[in-house]
Design a protein around this ligand. Structure first.
Ligand code: LLP
Length: 424
């Protein structure tokens, strides 16, 4: 497992394939994923009994299929994500190893999701007590997991903190008894407990989470056979950030699991539910520089991707590493630049901090027509894309074993207006 990230500001290839060739073949903007990075990150987590991919991070069915082939199971937060999991070859119910390949984790059932859960016998991780009754009314005798809010949380931004009383996520830890009664009324058994306190968590908070999990399992009792650590494993997006120590992360959870196993007298499976950790570093958003302009003291590189393609900077002030692909492969002097996109909105800037403050990045001198890569864009990149300014969603390409595969066509202009009608 690596300890820190390295972020050169100039590059020519992704996974051995020339970026200029990729751009010529697939055009820009295009997300390019390196399959080998995903496989490596999955390997890092093999100490856990089960890795359940939080597909919300990057849900292209080719990525799900890749994860499935590595024995990773999947989480779904919507009817759409259940459909994706099924399309990628995951099955409902329990498989031959007694594993729920798909788990539906949400704070509500919408009508479609509840129908699908019933139709495909999908295990549910309930994030609200009402879900127990809604499931029970359609299907008695089910097994469920409860997603608990332990009363505190942590995240890389206030918007990704999912614990504490400000959060809408999960079942408040003081409502376990009430949930047991609701479950009993429908013959439902609580077999799992899950806690995800936020995206971008750290070890200090983890010890607290593990303690809260142990307490909650004791309260539910010996029907519990699975605990889930949720997601939240961070990845470094710049040289100041580092990976979490996975051995320590695992040992904290493992010792809670062992305490519980000895108290309950039966084995307990330990799941982890990463999204970002598996997908972030595999993904690069390849763009073309379409304008280089001076505005007083600032030089702007304007590229053909905007926050319609990568929303993290405008939403959270997130920092993404950036590199320039010089056409002649030469080393160029660095200049301080602001990198922005094509949208008719002044916030369409990739180099911004939380609060919208524009910052500069030291990048090689570049010209119109050269390519610029927004890196670490595999997680919460394409999935948070939009059609704002009537921009088609970007294409997606996966590089596997030295070959580039188109895994999502660029949206067409017909796709953009699909379903829209003029008045009769
Ligand atoms: N499990 C649950 C129940 C979650 O809510 C999430 C993320 C995950 C797992 C995966 O978390 P991860 O391992 O990826 O940190 N759009 C934001 C992140 C929102 C995360 C929402 N829930 C971003 O771009 O940083």
């Amino acid at each position: 497992m690596p300890t820190v990230g390295t972020f050169p500001t100039s590059r020519q290839d992704i996974a051995g394939i020339s970026i200029a060739d990729l751009a010529a073949q697939f055009s820009t903007p295009t997300f390019v994923y390196d399959a080998a990075v995903i496989v490596e990150r999955i390997e890092d987590l093999k100490a856990f009994d089960l890795v359940r991919y939080a597909q919300k991070a990057c849900s292209n069915i080719a990525i799900l299929d890749l994860a499935r082939r590595q024995s990773v199971v999947v989480d779904a937060v919507s009817a759409g994500e259940i459909h994706r999991a099924l399309a990628a070859g995951y099955q409902g119910g329990t498989n031959a190893d007694g594993v729920h390949e798909i788990v539906y984790t949400a704070d509500i059932f919408d009508a479609d999701a509840l129908d699908l859960v019933i139709e495909h016998d999908i295990h549910v991780n309930c994030g609200s007590p009402d879900m127990i009754d809604q499931l029970g009314a359609r299907k008695s005798g089910a097994e469920i997991t409860l997603r608990l809010n332990p009363g505190f949380g942590h995240g890389h931004s206030q918007k990704t903190n999912t614990g504490g009383q400000q959060s809408k996520h999960g079942i408040w830890y003081e409502q376990i008894e009430e949930c047991k009664q609701r479950a009993a009324k429908h013959g439902i058994t609580i077999t799992g407990l899950h806690m995800h306190i936020g995206s971008g968590t750290d070890l200090e908070h983890l010890a607290q989470v593990c303690g809260a999990m142990e307490k909650a399992v004791r309260e539910v009792g010996n029907t519990i056979n699975t605990i889930s650590a949720g997601g939240g494993l961070p990845v470094p997006y710049n040289a100041e950030q580092s990976y979490v120590n996975l051995d320590e992360y695992f040992s904290l959870w493992d010792s809670s699991r062992k305490n519980l196993e000895s108290e309950l007298g039966h084995p307990i499976k330990l799941e982890i539910e990463p999204g970002r950790y598996l997908a972030a570093e595999s993904g690069n958003l390849v763009t073309e520089i379409r304008a280089v302009k001076e505005m007083g003291d600032n030089t702007f590189y304007l590229v053909d991707a905007g926050f319609n393609n990568l929303a993290r900077p405008i939403m959270y002030g997130s920092y993404h590493p950036i590199s320039v692909v010089t056409a002649d492969g030469s080393d160029r002097e660095d200049v301080d630049v602001v990198v922005g996109g094509p949208l008719c909105e002044s916030g369409d800037i990739f180099t911004q901090e939380e609060g919208g403050f524009v910052s500069k990045r030291s990048l090689p001198q570049a010209k119109v027509g050269e390519f610029l890569v927004l890196e670490c864009a595999g997680a919460y990149g394409s999935v948070m894309g939009s059609n704002y300014n009537s921009k088609p969603l970007a294409a997606e390409v996966m590089i596997a074993e030295g070959k580039a595969h188109l895994i999502r066509e660029r949206q067409s202009y017909q796709d953009l207006m699909r379903g829209e009608r003029l008045l009769d």
